[in-house]
Design a protein around this ligand. Structure first.
Ligand code: MTE
Length: 328
C-alpha cells in the first residue's frame, strides 16, 4: 500500500465484466446440481463461451453441501460482480508476499486445517472455537459487497459469511468492552513473508464496539460460494464494507474485547496516511493521492467514490459526533 500499483492491463477487460454475472449464475446452478470440481483449469472466459464447466470457473475445493442454497442477504448490492479471476488473483495479503499476484502464488503455503480462533479480553465467557464448530453453528448467508481499497481500486465480491455480532454475543462482552481487536495468524512457515520485516507482524486491526456489532460487519468464510481461498484470507476474515480494505483483516486467529483503542498495523506504521477509523471518504485525501475516484477492477473508466463506500445510509449515524476530517 505504500505505493500505488496499477493492475496489469490484462485485467482491464470489458468482456469479463459483461459476462461475469452470467457466469456466476451458471456456476450457481452447477453447484446446486452437485457437480464435482477438480484440478486447476483455465480461468479466462472467452466471449461466446456459453457453458463453461464449473471447474473452469472455480478451481477451488467443492463447496460443502450446506453451502449450496445459502440465503441471500438484503444487504447485498446488485452491482455487477468482479470476476473470480480478479477477486482471487489481485490481492493484498502481505504475509503471502508483496505485489498483487504473489498472494495467489504463495497461498498453497497457508495450511488452514486445523484452525481455531481465541476470543478473550473483556468477556464473561472467553474461549477458543474450532473452525468446524464455528462453521456448523453460525448462520451462513451470501452477501455481495463493494470492497474499496485505500489504493483507489474497488471490487464487488459475493462473500459467504455471518454477522460478526452473532459470534461476539456468544462470548458475552462486559460493559468494559469498548473495542474489538483482531489478529492474523503468526506462523512464518505458513505465511512465509512474515520472515521479512515488511510489517510489524502479526497483522492487527480493530473496530469500535458499535462498528463491530453493526449488522453490515461480516466474518467471511467463503466467496463465490466456495471456502475462502488462502489469498483472500482463509479460513476466516473480516469484511467491513464501509471502510478501506485494510480494515478487513485476513486469516484471523484471535479476537479480543478491549477497553482502549487497540493497535492497528497500518495506522501504527503511518498514522497520517492510514487512520484508525479508515471510513471510505472521498473528501479526505490520502497524503499521496486523491480518494475522490476509484477504478473498479475490470472497468476502464474511473468512477466517483461514495462516502462510506455507498453505505452511508446504514452507518453514517455511528459517526455523527465526530469530525471525520480529523478522526479519519
Ligand atoms: N489482512 C492481512 N492479514 N494482511 C494484509 O496484507 N491486506 C488488507 C486486507 N486484509 C491485508 C489484510 C488490504 S490492504 C486489503 S485492500 C484487503 O485485505 C484485500 O482483500 P482481498 O485481497 O481479498 O481483495
Amino acid at each position: 500500500m505504500k505505493s500505488f500499483h496499477e493492475p496489469p492491463s490484462s485485467e482491464i477487460t470489458d468482456e469479463k465484466v459483461y459476462l461475469q454475472r452470467r457466469r456466476y449464475l451458471r456456476w450457481g446452478a452447477a453447484g446446486a446440481l452437485g457437480l464435482a470440481v477438480g484440478g486447476v483449469a483455465t480461468l479466462g472466459l472467452r466471449q461466446g463461451d456459453e457453458a463453461p464447466q464449473a471447474s473452469e470457473a472455480h478451481p477451488a475445493d467443492p463447496p460443502p453441501k450446506r453451502w449450496q442454497d445459502l440465503p441471500h442477504s438484503r444487504f447485498s448490492t446488485d452491482e455487477a460482480l468482479t470476476d473470480w479471476e480478479s477477486v482471487t488473483g489481485y490481492n493484498n495479503f502481505y504475509e503471502l508476499g508483496a505485489g498483487k499476484e504473489a498472494p495467489a502464488r504463495n497461498a498453497h503455503r497457508l495450511e488452514t486445517d486445523p484452525w481455531s480462533v481465541t476470543v478473550d479480553g473483556e468477556a464473561e465467557r472467553p474461549g477458543k472455537l474450532h473452525l468446524e464448530d464455528l462453521l456448523q453453528s453460525m448462520p451462513l448467508e451470501e452477501r455481495i459487497y463493494r470492497l474499496r481499497c485505500v489504493e483507489a481500486w474497488s471490487m464487488v465480491i459475493p462473500w459467504v459469511g455471518f454477522p460478526l455480532a452473532a459470534l461476539l454475543k456468544r462470548f458475552r462482552p462486559t460493559s468494559r468492552a469498548k473495542y474489538v481487536a483482531f489478529e492474523t495468524l503468526y506462523d512464518p512457515s505458513r505465511l512465509p513473508a512474515q520472515n521479512r520485516p515488511i510489517l510489524d507482524w502479526p497483522y492487527r486491526e480493530g473496530l469500535r464496539m458499535d462498528e463491530a456489532m453493526h449488522p453490515l460487519t461480516l466474518l467471511a468464510v467463503g466467496l463465490y460460494g466456495r471456502p475462502l481461498p488462502g489469498q483472500n484470507g482463509a479460513p476466516l476474515r473480516l469484511v467491513v464494507p464501509w471502510k478501506y480494505g485494510f480494515k478487513s483483516i485476513k486469516s484471523i486467529v484471535r479476537i479480543r474485547f478491549t477497553e482502549t483503542q487497540p493497535p492497528a498495523t497500518w495506522n501504527q506504521l503511518q498514522p497520517e496516511e492510514y487512520g484508525f477509523y479508515a471510513n471510505v471518504n472521498p473528501a479526505v485525501e490520502h497524503p499521496r493521492w486523491s480518494q475522490k475516484r476509484e477504478r473498479r477492477i475490470g472497468e476502464v473508466f474511473k468512477r466517483d467514490t461514495l462516502p462510506f463506500n455507498g453505505y452511508a445510509e446504514q452507518v453514517a449515524d455511528l459517526y455523527k459526533d465526530m469530525d471525520l476530517a480529523k478522526q479519519f
